[in-house]
Design a protein around this ligand. Structure first.
Ligand code: ADE
Length: 221
């Protein structure tokens, strides 16, 4: 899979993509990530990418030209363009699964007051990562890239996906590791029993209990 990220702050991404599972996925050639500074595509002598809004109002708006030219330069028949914006569709795990099947993703990060509306004509899908406003789409695109890359076949063990929160609208069960007694805090006995059927039933029950308590909205689905 290839992921191209369009941003005017490419340095923000260096730490995130050079550690842990994402780094390994890149090193193994399972995913290729390219950062494009769309300022480089600006035809303005000062490499301007934004301007004041028509009709007045606060802030600056990202202009069409640099983003149109950047996307048109890298787009192929296989590309799927995602815009990160607080007015997009709320992101969820099912989108991560869908997007992990694409061959080429283009993630478009905004900044300032937003995009010239005409830029939306280039976009296949608009995504928000939550009901709050970030300073730009960079952090949001890192969230998407991370959640998508871990689902690319070969990046992590396939079985790890199966029991994950949100797969079947249930949160995860509680996990414990050694020691069985840490300063008086005990591990539930059933987990040390060796009875696999009992353990499975306990975990299932815990998932339901947790979801009821914390995310009853998931059960409605
Ligand atoms: N850009 C600014 N805020 C955002 C959000 N919540 N989700 C996606 N992109 C954004």
């Amino acid at each position: 899979m290839r992921i191209d990220i369009l941003t005017i702050f490419p340095e923000m991404f260096t730490g995130v993509f050079s550690e842990s599972i994402i780094k390994r996925a890149i090193d193994q050639g399972l995913v290729e990530i390219n950062l494009y500074n769309f300022r480089d595509y600006s035809l303005d002598p000062h490499h301007k990418v934004d301007d004041t809004p028509y009709g007045g109002g606060n802030g600056m708006v990202l202009m069409c030209q640099p983003i149109f030219d950047c996307i048109n330069a890298i787009k192929t028949e296989e590309s799927y363009v995602v815009m990160l914006t607080p007015d997009g569709v709320p992101y969820q795990q099912s989108f991560a699964y869908e997007l992990s099947k694409k061959k080429h993703l283009i993630l478009l990060c905004g900044h300032y007051e937003g995009f010239d509306e005409r830029i939306r004509s280039l976009v296949d899908f608009e995504v928000s990562i939550g009901d709050y406003i970030l300073t730009g789409g960079e952090l949001a695109s890192m969230v998407l890239a991370d959640s998508i890359i871990r689902l690319v076949p070969g990046v992590i063990q396939e079985e790890s996906h199966l029991q994950e929160s949100f797969n079947d609208h249930l949160l995860d069960y509680p996990s414990y590791t050694k020691p069985a007694n840490f300063r008086g805090l005990e591990v539930p006995e059933v987990l040390i029993s060796g009875d696999h059927e009992k353990i499975r039933a306990y975990r299932e029950e815990q998932r339901l209990k947790r979801t009821k308590e914390r995310r009853p909205d998931l059960l409605q689905k």
